[in-house]
Write a protein that binds this ligand. Structure first.
Ligand code: G4F
Length: 329
């Protein structure tokens, strides 16, 4: 039975990945941060399953900057695969907390790579990299060879980690891969990302629970996929016979305006009647046009994004509507 370890298991991607690996019969170990709020709602259904929790799924406490704890977990679990998904994932917030962002995303990845280098049989390693590494990209769509040109603290931290993964693969012979993912969403997305924020507001306004929605740059365009497709991509990347980097994207861009149109329309509303633009949500710099070319993943791994953008946004908005109506969130 394959033993897999996931950092960031309580997040959107981590929880879907845990489900998918459990379904494949893996023993899944997750690294969780100790916090007083104990918000692990995305894993609640797995905890509640007595056949799974503490039998096929195990959780371990460690912060990403706690080298001794991570080292101990690696020694105890001896994973065959390590999915490194944890980090500070909000690009806008990275302007407020650049130091923490670079430590959690950059230095933590370096520390883990160093630990792997010392192991007699290191696990296969996947780093969840990001389209933000391309920043003001010199070409569109971007490929695995597009030069890195990040323009945000978050993008810089991910570029540093991505380049380290390449370096450790080449020079220390580790099976270390980067999945370079573009934006990916689902009903489990955190509330401060723009898709969830808009879908939730549309449902909330429909139910009379909210009156207005404040947004930032409506002209920004992103390449959005379904998080469940991206997680399928993570597994394909780490299972491939050769360690490599792969872009995981839909290859299609949509603007925040289009997103708002779909979400509000699915509730029978017009977004223009409810949305205000607030400078507070603009970023000091925002890569305006990131779009990924996932041809390599398609050819080599047989991977592609399956859900359309409108299907995804409609699903997210309807899920919000149901949760809010039942008073569950
Ligand atoms: O949803 P977002 O916050 O996602 P962003 O910044 O693109 O980052 C996400 O995708 C990256 C690529 O995969 C990941 F690396 C990263 O960890 C994260 O998952 O913002 C999307 C766009 C931006 O251009 C932002 O300026 O929406 C624009 N936007 C406009 N109004 C807003 C808002 N973003 C947020 N969060 N809130 C707004 O009110």
């Amino acid at each position: 039975m394959t033993i897999s370890l996931i950092t960031g298991i309580t997040g959107q991607d981590g929880s879907y990945l845990a489900e998918a690996l459990l379904e494949r019969g893996h023993i899944v170990h997750g690294v969780v941060r100790r916090t007083s709020s104990l918000d692990r709602s995305r894993l609640a259904h797995l905890y509640a399953n007595l056949d799974i929790y503490d039998k096929q799924l195990f959780l371990h406490y460690a912060d990403l900057n706690d080298t001794t704890a991570i080292r101990r977990i690696l020694a105890k679990v001896v994973p065959a695969q390590l999915f490194h998904l944890a980090g500070q994932s909000h690009v806008g917030v990275s302007f407020e907390i650049p130091e923490v962002t670079c430590d959690l995303n950059g230095m933590a990845t370096l520390r883990i790579l160093e630990m792997l280098r010392e192991m007699p049989h290191p696990p296969r390693f996947l780093h969840a990299s990001s389209s933000e590494i391309f920043g003001d990209a010199s070409e569109r769509p971007q490929t695995e060879t597009t030069p890195l040109n990040p323009t945000t603290p978050y993008g810089c931290s991910k570029a540093f980690a991505t380049q380290l993964v390449r370096t450790y693969r080449r020079h220390h012979n580790l099976f270390a891969c980067n999945s370079i993912s573009y934006n990916h969403e689902s009903p489990k997305r955190g509330e401060n990302f723009v898709t969830r924020k808009i879908c939730r507001a549309a449902a909330s306004i429909k139910l009379g629970l909210q009156k207005r929605l404040c947004l930032g740059n409506l002209d920004a365009r992103r390449d959005w996929s379904d998080a469940r497709d991206i997680v399928r991509g993570y597994m394909a990347v780490i299972d491939h016979h050769t360690a490599d980097d792969f872009i995981l994207s839909s290859g299609q861009m949509h603007s925040i305006r289009e997103l708002a149109t779909i979400a509000f329309c699915s509730m029978g509303l017009k977004w223009e009647d409810y949305v205000d633009v607030d400078e507070k949500f603009f970023r000091p710099s925002d890569p305006a046009e990131l779009c990924g070319n996932c041809e390599k993943a398609r050819h080599v791994l047989g991977w592609k994004s399956t859900r359309s953008f409108s299907e995804l946004i409609e699903e997210m908005t309807c899920a919000e509507y149901d949760w809010l109506r039942m008073g569950q969130r």
